[in-house]
Design a protein around this ligand. Sequence first.
Ligand code: HEM
Length: 220
Amino acid sequence: MAGLISSSIGRKYAMAFSAFFLLSFLILHLVVNLLSLFGPNAYNNASDFMGYNPLVQYIMQPILVAGVIFHFVMGFILELRNNAARPIKYGVNNGSANSTWMSRNMIISGLVILAFLGLHMYDFWYHEMNYKYIEGLPVVENRFWTDLHEKFANPVRVGLYVVSFVLLGLHLAHGFQSSFQSIGARHPKYTPGIKAFGTWFSILVPAGFIIIALFHFITQ
Ligand code: HEM
C-alpha cells in the first residue's frame, strides 16, 4: 500500500482501477433502481435479494465501501501531491487554454459526490442497517419500493440529488477517459471510441438517476 502511494504511476493505477470498480457498481445500482419505474414488484424482488443475500451483504457490500473510501482517499492524495509539485498554480497552464474545467476541478465534483453520499447513506443505507441489524425488524414484503417512493416526496432532497447527479456527470466526463489514459490504454484506433463511450456514459448514467428521482417526485 505504501508503495502504491509513494510512486506516481502506482497512484494513477490505483485511482484508475478503483474508478473501474466504482463504474461497474454504478451500472448495477442504476439498473436495480430503474426497476422502480416499472412498479413495486420487480424492484422489491431485486432489493429483497440484494438486501438479504449473505454474499452481497457480507462480502460485496464491505468491498464496495472499501472501494469508495479508497477512491476518495487516493483522490485527495493525488490532488495534494499535484499541488505540491505545482507551487505556482497554472503559471504557464492558463486554465481553459490547455485543459477542461472538468479535468481541473475533479476535486470539487468529487467533494460534492462525497457530500451527496453522506446524505444518501443517511437516507437509505443507515435506514436499512437500522431496520435489519439494530432494530432487527422482520422481513416485510414490498417495503423497499414504498420506502424509496416516500423519500422522493421531499422537493429539497430531490433538488440536492439532481444537482449531485449533474456533478457526478461532470466527474465521469473527465474521469472515465482519464482512467484509461492512466493505465496506458492509448491507441489512435481505440482512444476516440473510449472517449465517445465515456461521454455517453457520463450523460446517460446520471440522466438515468435523475429520471428515477423525478419520476418518484412527480408520481407522489
Ligand atoms: C435516484 C438515484 C438513486 C437511488 C434511488 C438509490 C438508491 C439506493 C438504495 C435504496 C440504497 C440502499 C441499498 C441497501 O443497502 O439496501 C443505496 C445504497 C447506496 N447507494 Fe444509491 N441510489 C441512487 C443513486 C446513487 C448514486 C448516484 C451513487 C453513487 C454516486 C449511489 C451510491 C450508493 C452506495 C455507495 C450505496 C451503499 C451500498 C449499498 O448498500 O448498496 N447511489 N442506494
